[in-house]
Design a protein around this ligand. Structure first.
Ligand SMILES: [Zn+2]
Length: 356
């Protein structure tokens, strides 16, 4: 005799029902808000399917249609409980398939196929994710030691499963969990004190199916931290020495040697934000014989670059370590999912000698 397996939880069962084990059937009555059927009803599974059909205003369906309808309706219920925007299209398709199950229709048309067990597993993943997320939200990242921080992030590593990309439903669910991870755990947590890095990562996170916009940065806070950095001061000094001797103006653009345009900052926020930036400089002396500068810093925001920042960063910093190792690997997977996207960014400002 064939072993029967519950189409929801996939556990074997030994009972007269065609789809569900007895435990799952009871749970479904609860989940769908149906009162328990009276004892007198012999086939509680068929009864559940009838109730579902009635709830959908469908009467006189044959048994095959009733059972098909029930599966779609249960799937839709689980997808609704996950509450991910990325699932909207899929939910609409299933809703349409439900609408098209009619008394007189010949066949059951399926625009999207799924297994109820897969959807049930996805629901359980998202429940687990939400539970862990609740704990992680309590972490104070500046105070936590590296081992603890790593363990927290590792406890969520199951959402970075590359094999889940292949199916549209699991793709949408894993996409949504990863999106939440970067937005809540990284932008809203780990990067709390690194404003520029948080802002750039935020811009890189694309809402399902949308492209990030290129970014122009001109705010005072970012510019001040650049002016205050050792890397900037040293570079300008070097450029004046090399290009400005006995001149009233000079330009350092992409035609100049790479070591005169590529810049790496020693401050961690700038370092995370700008990895392989180029800095173009237009310099001109004013009436008081002071150099005035027009600065343009360009970079491509790409998470995969994070891996070699460790050698430039302040390694005492726990966050730096996590970024250059663990988060970098997860970032690569999220890039493949299209959660994290690449874009161009530009920082523009004017300054003059004596201002930095
Ligand atoms: Zn079951």
């Amino acid at each position: 005799m064939d072993e029967k397996r519950c189409i929801l939880c996939n556990k074997p069962y030994n009972y007269k029902y065609e789809m569900f084990g007895r435990g799952c059937l009871d749970n479904l009555y609860n989940l769908l808000g149906f009162s328990k059927s009276p004892r007198i009803i012999w086939n509680k599974e068929l009864n559940l399917c009838t109730k579902i059909a009635w709830k959908n205003h469908k009467f006189f369906l044959n048994k095959k249609k009733k059972y098909a309808l029930a599966q779609k309706y249960i799937a839709l219920t689980y997808l609704n409980m996950m509450n991910y925007e990325a699932l909207n299209d899929i939910k609409e398709q299933i809703s349409n398939d439900i609408k098209n199950i009619k008394m007189f229709s010949k066949n059951i048309v399926e625009t999207i196929s799924f297994s109820l067990n897969d959807i049930y597993k996805l629901f359980n993943y998202s429940q687990k994710f939400n539970e862990i997320l609740k704990e992680i939200k309590k972490v104070i990242w500046e105070e936590v030691d590296e081992k603890v921080a790593e363990d927290f992030i590792k406890s969520l590593s199951f959402i970075f499963d590359e094999t889940k990309k292949a199916n549209p439903i699991s793709y949408a669910v894993f996409y949504s969990m990863q999106y939440t991870f970067w937005q809540v755990v990284v932008v809203g947590g780990i990067l709390t004190n690194m404003k520029l890095s948080a802002r750039l990562l935020s811009n890189s996170l694309s809402i399902f199916g949308k492209e990030p916009r290129d970014m122009l940065i001109e705010d005072e806070e970012t510019i001040k931290s650049i002016l205050d950095s050792k890397a900037f001061k040293e570079r300008i000094g070097k450029l004046i020495y090399k290009y400005g001797k006995e001149k009233d103006e000079f330009v350092v653009d992409n035609n100049e040697p790479i070591e005169d345009i590529v810049i790496r900052f020693e401050k961690n926020d700038l370092l995370f934000a700008l990895h392989d930036a180029t800095m173009l400089v237009k310099a001109k002396k004013d009436k008081e014989n002071k150099w005035n500068f027009e600065i343009e810093i360009n970079d491509i925001y790409d998470f995969t670059d994070f891996k070699d920042i460790k050698e430039y960063a302040n390694v005492e910093d726990v966050i730096t370590d996590i970024f250059s190792t663990l988060l970098n690997n997860l970032g690569v997977i999220s890039s493949e999912y299209g959660v994290i996207k690449t874009y161009d960014l530009k920082i523009k400002f004017k300054t003059k000698e004596g201002e930095f």
